[in-house]
Design a protein around this ligand. Structure first.
Ligand code: IFM
Length: 458
């Protein structure tokens, strides 16, 4: 039995040995070395260096210094026992201005990382885009411009041309809905736009980039397991009244439907079809709707919404009832949302296997001596969510894997470093890493295939 774990043995495992357990990270959130190794500037460098955009003026300049400490981080993965590690390639580290020659130092970095993962028996799951568009491409219009579809496809083919002999699992995009909404309409993420036309165009081009890249990579090599990742959340209407129900339908279409529906049916949801129509061209639907080998679901919470005629879009988000637990992000803890969303996504996706590619929580971790963190709340959050994965599987949903967000505390976008999601505590002053209680809980789950009670792991 793993040290510090009290567990009754001889129970039948909750998950089969073939189930993939992993952790996810993203380049800008952990790598640092923003101006090293030939890396070009990304939209997140520019955004985070703009006063007032990120809490406390935090930037990804150093982050977890993973660019230099990746060996130490692989050691953590080995100790955790995961079968898979999902990371993203920074486009501006690969191609500093987004097009043309590959940056040799960037290529070497990802080759070493992939080789290092394979050496310790951890499957690399490579995500091609986790939000760090090269600034040089933003200067030409970024995702709002239709050319972005081709720029991205060329970059993707270049990455896979080098790493594709060692990487099998590829995610095209991570959470395009966040890129579109938070980056182009609400302005709280890079590139910081508050422009409905930019949102509509970027959303459609992200969908087109997904479809075209899936088709292009599939044509290049049939052995790659190609997927893409959406952040989906159930949307609850504040009441049964018609205006609140309509607000929920609209938010569901914008948050969930605007990416999931084109992927599965080629169409935008009825509630957003007219809004999206100006950018849709003949043949786009067919290009977007491509077969998937797997679908990645990121889920943290659920949304509550009410009609609000006074607001610009006619709706407002509603806080959960007071008794409902929330995380340090203010997000409602709603484990049942995960099984519900898995069932709903499966109904739309047909027989495409689903992988939970992100799930986790930020809490106000209080390190004790030696940076020891007893993150009981996160451990319990994870336990409750993994039980919902099990419940969804029992209801017939083909869930093949579960990845915790995240391995390390890291740069949480406009919230900066104060919001900690890691299984491993990072002391940013010393860059010392310290596994938390949740790390030991997850390690025991991976080892045994049985869900340990969160309070049984110390
Ligand atoms: O940190 C992010 C990640 O980059 C994308 N999904 C949600 C996480 C928590 O906000």
């Amino acid at each position: 039995m793993a040290a510090g774990v009290a567990r009754t043995d001889s129970l039948a495992a909750d998950f089969p040995p073939s189930f993939t357990w992993g952790v996810s990270t993203a380049a800008y959130q952990i790598e640092g070395a923003a101006r090293e190794g030939g890396r070009g500037p990304s939209i997140w460098d520019v955004f985070s260096q703009t006063p007032g955009k990120v809490a406390r003026g935090d930037t990804g300049d150093v982050a977890c210094d993973h660019y230099h400490r990746w060996r130490e981080d692989l050691e953590l993965l080995r100790e955790l026992g995961v079968g898979a590690y999902r990371f993203s390639v920074a486009w501006p580290r690969w191609q500093p201005s987004g097009r043309g020659e590959v940056n040799p130092a960037g290529r070497d970095f990802y080759e070493r990382l992939v080789d290092g993962l394979l050496d310790i028996g951890v499957a690399p799951w490579l995500c091609l885009y986790h939000w760090d568009l090269p600034q040089a491409l933003q200067a030409q219009g970024g995702w709002s411009r239709r050319d972005s579809v081709e720029w991205f496809g060329d970059y993707a083919a270049s990455v896979m041309g080098v790493l594709g002999d060692r990487v099998e699992h590829v995610a095209v995009l991570n959470e395009p809905n966040v890129v579109g909404l938070l980056g182009h309409l609400l302005g709280v993420h890079a590139p910081g736009l508050t422009d409905l036309a930019a949102y509509v165009a970027a959303t459609h081009h992200l969908n087109l980039a997904t479809g075209d890249t899936l088709a292009r990579l599939r044509a290049e090599h049939a052995g790659w397991r190609l997927g893409t990742i959406l952040n989906l959340q159930p949307v609850l209407a504040e009441s049964d009244d018609e205006p609140d129900a309509a607000a929920a339908t609209l938010l569901d279409a914008v948050w969930n439907g605007n990416h999931l529906e084109p992927l599965v049916s080629g169409r935008y949801p009825p509630a957003t079809e007219a809004m999206m129509a100006p950018v849709v061209e003949e043949g786009d639907a067919r290009r977007i709707r491509q077969p998937l080998d797997w679908f990645g679901l990121n889920l943290y919470s659920q949304l509550r919404v009410a009609a609000d005629p006074a607001s610009l879009v006619g709706l407002r988000l509603v806080d959960p009832p007071e008794a409902v637990e929330t995380t340090a992000m203010g997000w409602e803890v709603a484990p049942e949302a995960l099984s519900r969303q898995l069932v709903e996504a499966a109904a739309r996706l047909g027989d495409v296997p689903i992988v939970v590619t992100e799930n986790g929580a930020a809490y106000r971790d209080r390190p004790g001596p030696d940076l020891e963190v007893d993150d009981a709340l996160r451990t319990r959050y994870l336990e409750r969510h993994v039980r919902e994965v099990q419940a969804a599987r029992e209801r017939g949903v083909d869930v093949r894997g579960y990845f915790v967000w995240s391995l390390l505390d890291n740069f949480e976008w406009h919230e900066g470093y104060a919001k900690r999601f890691g299984l491993v505590y990072v002391d940013y002053a010393s860059q010392q890493r310290s596994p938390k209680r949740s790390f030991r809980w997850f390690r025991e789950l991976i080892r045994s295939g049985c869900i340990p009670a969160s309070d049984a792991v110390r």
